[in-house]
Ligand binder design. Structure first.
Ligand code: S3P
Length: 667
């Protein structure tokens, strides 16, 4: 990324908000094109000789492709955005010992399916949670017709490719306009004897055909049909990856909707199979001007001038959908800022991207107060003013970035976005770029909530996690128990709400963490750890905790624990009430018998003799009270990861949660 004299002020008070009084001007560029970067690695590997790539997008998605090709025996070295690939030729790949991990990258999985389907060795492609539910039947079907032998469950990843001796050329009529499907078939077609043709209902992005032709394959394009002749000898190339129009689109909308913007995004690919977003935004009244249009190693590129505009709603023409397929999240934001109504139909494909983009975007816009309607194959969005709120990007990089920029443009509002952890899959420099633009980004202190009933091991696990990560620990149960203890000592009954609230508001409670004994809980100047653990105190706590005003009085005290570098919050409503936007929520369960057994053991160790049967009865009664109470009942948050610990050791539960942390939180 290069910058020249970008003028902007940073307003540190704002939460991811742009200072809209600031003039936005200057020149900058965005990182390299994702589609071209993936293909440069794959085709470079299949060519004879060296392929040099400059401007390679070092995003998680493209690095997954790079790693997979290395796993298949290709020598690839990367320094910054320069990549050098020593091609092994069409038949030079070697089997990988392990599974091949595509991460979040649909393009990697579909394109590499075409490649692995044609090999005489077996391999397995796996992906993350989102990729593992995306439809792969669309590539499995045509590849199977070509002679591939692919095993999968329900046409989703993991995909297992069994060895084949030959692949046959086919004429494939694709039911959808998808460059990934087209590319998978054409890449497999490189291994066939004859000519493989793919016909699409509408033209999808054409990078595979143009790049393959550049590498020396015999490619024919006629209308909506692309043909490639099998067994070509591909020759290594020098590839200059232009800036990704899909990443530039975010800044086009930012500039158009900003009151004082006039800037230039340099060196952006304006390939006609990708420029739908420019045409759509121009049709909405957006002042986007293409300057210095030129050819860069076969790709048309331009510098795009973006000027503040009064956008108006339009009906989006169907023929522009394939060439803007990745840009609808940010186009929806443009529609929310436009006057009048924007209508999109015929875009059902958006439901099969990294998330269901129609649902995710409309849920978020609705939550922010925009009048919009979800259609089976699109949306109707009436422009308006966005309000404050916490929206969810659902781990979809483009939805997350779109909402963040909507927040940046909404002065006076506070828009927070969760589910931003995958932005690095396509745009690792996003936060650097927006910060340089003058947008203040406040990254919330991360919280991991560990909820569940008593006896599931959440206290032990939470303490272990806090120690492992060196984060703060909130034992929220101890706060309620302290209030209960104080009430018992002050002979306040569980039914005396007024006095309980008074006690809650003035509770003299401190937590002191000490390396040897863990957390010391000090009530009215006296350590009370042991007293808090008594059955009587637990019983009283379970009676005072359901009182709404008591919970409200103790809420801020719990929130105050959210301090850098992070917080493990152990309790019963941490994920559902106190830290609703926590990036990772865990809910532990175990069957009551097992919990009674564990509690019994704990009490025996403390020298307390009770019958397991009595403990079981007590646990069951308390579970009923906790889960049926009206305020903050004990239920898992809808986005919590539920772990049944009945059959698991502490170490196993701990390992599971560490796995979730690695997946969901960047530390
Ligand atoms: C891509 C094709 C598009 C696009 C994706 C990248 C490619 O998907 O959404 O981000 O590089 O071939 P479809 O071709 O499935 O629409």
């Amino acid at each position: 990324m290069s910058w020249t004299k970008f003028v902007a002020e940073i307003d540190a008070k704002d939460v991811f908000r742009l200072n809209t009084t600031t003039q936005l001007n200057g020149r900058f560029t965005v990182p390299g094109d994702k589609s071209i970067s993936h293909r440069s690695i794959i085709f470079g590997a299949l060519a004879e000789g060296e392929t040099r790539v400059s401007g390679f997008l070092r995003s998680e998605d493209c690095l997954a492709t790079l790693q997979i090709m290395q796993d298949l025996g290709v020598d690839i070295t990367a320094a910054g955005d320069e990549v050098l690939i020593s091609g092994v030729g069409l038949h030079g790949l070697k089997a990988s010992a392990g599974e091949l991990d595509c991460g979040n990258a649909g393009t990697a999985m579909r394109l590499l399916s075409g490649l692995l389907a044609a090999q005489n060795f077996s391999s397995t492609l796996v992906g993350d949670e989102s990729l593992s539910i995306r439809p792969m039947g669309r590539v499995i079907r045509p590849l199977t017709t070509m002679g591939a032998n692919i095993t999968s469950d329900n046409d989703t990843a993991p995909l297992r490719f069994n060895p084949v001796n030959a692949i046959h050329a086919i004429n494939y009529n694709s039911p959808i306009a998808s460059a990934q499907v087209k590319s998978a078939v054409l890449i497999a077609g490189l291994y066939a004897d004859g000519k493989t043709n793919v016909t699409e209902p509408k033209k999808s992005r054409d990078h595979t055909e143009t790049m393959l032709a550049g590498f020396g394959a015999e490619v024919e394009v006629e209308g909506l049909t692309v043909g490639v002749k099998g067994q070509p000898q591909l020759q290594g190339q020098n590839i200059q990856v232009p800036a990704d129009i899909s990443s530039a689109a975010f800044f086009m909308v930012l500039g158009l909707c900003h009151p004082k913007a006039d800037f230039i995004i340099e060196n952006v690919s304006i390939n006609p199979t990708r420029d739908g977003v420019i045409k759509i935004l121009q049709a909405m009244g957006g002042k986007l001007t293409l300057e210095n249009v030129r050819d860069q190693a076969g790709e048309p590129v331009a510098d795009i001038r973006v000027q503040s505009s009064e956008l108006k709603g339009i009906e989006i023409p169907h023929d522009l959908i394939p060439s803007a397929i990745d840009e609808f999240p940010i186009i929806f934001i443009a529609a929310a800022f436009a006057s009048g109504q924007t209508k999109l139909t015929g875009a059902e494909e958006l439901r099969h991207k990294e998330s269901d983009r129609i649902k995710v975007m409309l849920d978020g816009l609705n939550l922010l107060g925009i009048d919009c309607e979800e259609l089976a194959d699109g949306a109707i969005i009436k422009g308006g003013t966005l309000g404050s709120g916490m929206v969810d990007g659902h781990g979809d990089h483009r939805c997350a970035m779109s909402f963040l920029l909507a927040g940046a443009l909404s002065s006076g509002q506070e828009i927070s976005v969760r589910g931003c952890h995958n932005i690095g899959t396509s745009f690792p420099e996003f936060f650097d770029l927006v910060t340089a633009l003058g947008i203040a980004v406040k990254q919330p202190v991360p919280v991991i909530t560990v909820d569940g009933p008593s006896g599931v091991g959440k206290g032990t696990i939470s303490a272990l996690l806090a120690k492992e990560l060196d984060w703060h620990l909130l034992d929220s149960g101890a706060i309620y128990r302290s209030l209960a203890l104080k009430a018992m000592k002050s002979t306040v009954k569980a039914t005396d709400e007024e006095r309980l609230i008074e006690l809650a508001e003035h509770l003299d409670l401190t937590f002191s963490v000490d390396g040897k004994t863990g957390t010391n809980i000090i009530l009215d100047g006296t350590p009370v750890n042991a007293e808090l653990r008594s059955e009587a105190c637990g019983e009283m706590a379970s009676k005072v905790a359901p009182i709404p005003a008591v919970r409200a009085a103790l809420m801020q005290r719990q929130k105050d624990f959210q301090q850098t570098p992070g917080l493990i919050a152990d309790g019963r409503d941490m994920g559902t009430v106190v830290f609703k936007s926590a990036p990772l929520k865990v809910f532990l369960t175990a069957n009551p018998k097992e919990r009674a057994k564990r509690r019994h053991k704990q009490l025996q160790e403390q020298g307390v003799d009770v019958k397991i049967r009595d403990l079981l009865e007590d646990i069951e009664a308390r579970d009923y009270r906790d889960s049926s109470r009206k305020v903050a009942p004990l239920v898992p948050a809808s986005d919590a990861h539920v772990i049944d610990t009945s059959e698991l050791s502490i170490d196993e539960v701990f390992a599971k949660i560490i796995g979730l942390i690695e997946q969901h939180i960047k530390i």
